[in-house]
Write a protein that binds this ligand. Sequence first.
Ligand SMILES: [Zn+2]
Length: 372
Amino acid sequence: MKRVAEGSRAERLAIESLELPKLDLSLELASDVENIARGVYSPLEGFLVQEDYLHVLDEMRLSDDTPWTIPIILDANPEELTDVREGDTVALSYCGDPFAVMVVEEVYGWDRREYAFKVYGTLDSRHPGVAKLADAKELLVGGRVELFKPLPHKFEKYTLWPAETRVLFETKSWRTVAGFQTRNVPHMGHEYVQKAALTFVDGLFVNPLVGWKKPGDYRDEVIVAAYEALIEHYFLKDTVVFAVLRMSMRYAGPREAVHHAIVRKNYGCTHFIVGRDHAGVGDFYGPYDAWELFREFPDLGVTPLFIREAFYCEVCGGFVNEKICPHGEEHRVRVSGTRLREMIRKGEAPPPELMRPEVARVVLSFESPFIQ
Ligand SMILES: [Zn+2]
């Protein structure tokens, strides 16, 4: 782990960066720089060079065979690179303010359709990842990055980096930790899955993504407040760590599920919960496709926990799943994220079989809980 923003090296880079050609980044790309530098994307030390990029597209591995399923890339227009030659060091800035340097190892062209087809499995522009590629720039810039100034974070209190969570888990004497990825407010189905995992690991790491998501998804503030309510009322104090991660959703389904697992391994998780239609959108991926893909990565270094979707069964009298409830569909109350969003949009409180009242109250207290 690199130490940043202290010591002479960071100070020196901050001064040197003022003289360098500058690439101004979106918050999304700037966050990727920070994630690389803070070890969230370990073992990456920079944005992918072409050989690794192509390897990730075709093999879902880096060129040294390390599992890696989502390309971490920096796109730029030729006009932004007129002063830049391969081998140069450039300053990376956010809102005009330099915060990192990058050694430009390679500038190369890419085929966005190929990217869409291989990463998302579709060219359909109704897929939010594919749609977003229309705005992507012409060239990719590969090379190592070094951060010298942390970016501002909206949820400072909940912004933890891998070096910090690893120490935290150790302090709690957790030998096994299950990571839980989310971009939603918690409903009963999520809580069931988290607690099913907690039954046989020492601790749970709840790690929602903040940052770019598609319109209609919950706003970051709502997710954070809803989890605060859930954890306060329904979890034992020393069983859960809650932290946010600023990383864009890709909606790449199975590939992104594996990426989410790698990231949580870097945070110190030994296990990772893979739910139904993980990182999916619409009906682009089968509900359990991600489970299949994990079987291709016995060398992932983190154990996937395949936990089935939960529902309420009136006969069983509680939350169960298809593997443990023998009763018919007529007795089951399914928790549909879409249905919950509809109720919330109308200002209706979801029933307690679907969402904890404390959570529902918090979500409904927001005037507009969804991304426009
Ligand atoms: Zn049942």
